[in-house]
Ligand binder design. Structure first.
Ligand SMILES: Nc1ncnc2c1ncn2[C@@H]1O[C@H](COP(=O)(O)OP(=O)(O)OP(=O)(O)O)[C@@H](O)[C@H]1O
Ligand SMILES: [Mg+2]
Length: 253
């Protein structure tokens, strides 16, 4: 049965989508059955995985509001990834769900439909703490918090941890924070190293992953080419971090 992770941080552009995709591919590469779930109306994960969000006939919107079974919506790509895709319709779903019964548990229901078929389910969330992110947190066993190595990112983490505590109290008592994943780390700057130290000091009870994702332009390039970072022509140190993280997740399952 799948262990369900959500990658969450309400700060935009910290590497949630990049981490979801590349971690997913790294897990698939070591033989794991992986389902990714795009919970962002921007459809960035769907795009990275090689699909045109606006051309898709069925997306997570249909699971959320039309009761379409998850299996009917899943698409797959050549890198071993299964995906429940999203597009802009998801922003309408958020609006339509506001007065719906069990509105926070819709994603839990979707995940439960397919949980037995996978080893890992990774949910990419949007940069906000609204109803969609709440749904993702309610459905997950564990949260991975990607944190870009800059000061504002550290500050935002506190607000996310408060929401997680609330979700634990009201919706999902088993939810745990798996760890903070430092992204976009630049070893040449003092600032990056200071942020790592600050993360340790500010969040002593949280696991700080030692697999630090270094900053590299190859992430943007491979995303534009719609291939995983492992396909870059030269080896990217940040790619190794995702491989190591994948191995850690398998080991601790
Ligand atoms: N380690 C990295 N080094 C350099 N650039 C990166 C790295 N990881 C991701 N990026 C790039 O940074 C941008 C933002 O990354 P990404 O989309 O993964 O963030 P996000 O948290 O999902 O953003 P959003 O909050 O908008 O959903 C993208 O252009 C991506 O290619
Ligand atoms: Mg994203």
């Amino acid at each position: 049965m799948a262990e369900v992770f959500v990658l969450a941080n309400q700060k935009g552009g910290v590497g949630k989508t990049t981490s979801t995709y590349n971690l997913g591919v790294a897990l698939a590469d070591i033989g794991q059955k992986v389902l990714l779930v795009d919970m962002d109306p921007q459809g960035g994960l769907t795009f990275c995985a090689g699909f045109e969000p606006e051309d898709l006939e069925k997306t997570i919107y249909h699971c959320l509001l039309r009761n379409t079974p998850a299996q009917e919506v899943v698409v797959s790509n050549a890198f071993g990834i299964h995906l429940i895709p999203a597009n802009i319709d998801l922003s309408i779903a958020e609006f339509q769900l506001i007065n719906a019964p069990a509105r926070e548990r819709r994603v839990t229901k979707i995940v439960n439909e397919v949980r037995d078929e996978y080893d890992f389910i990774l949910i990419d969330s949007q940069p906000s703490l609204g109803l969609l992110t709440l749904n993702a947190l309610a459905a997950a066993d564990q949260v991975i918090i990607p944190v870009s190595c800059e000061y504002l990112s550290v500050r935002g983490t506190t607000a996310l941890l408060k929401l997680i505590a609330k979700v634990r109290g009201q919706l999902n008592s088993k939810l745990v924070v798996a760890g903070l994943l430092p992204t976009m780390f630049d070893s040449r700057t003092l600032h990056g190293r200071r942020i790592l130290k600050l993360l340790e000091e500010e969040f002593p009870d949280l696991h700080l992953y030692p697999h630090i994702v270094a900053r590299s332009i190859r992430f943007a390039e491979t995303a534009a080419d719609r291939v995983p970072i492992f396909e870059a022509k030269i080896q990217v140190p940040g790619a190794l971090a995702y491989r190591e993280l994948a191995r850690e997740l398998v080991k601790s399952k």
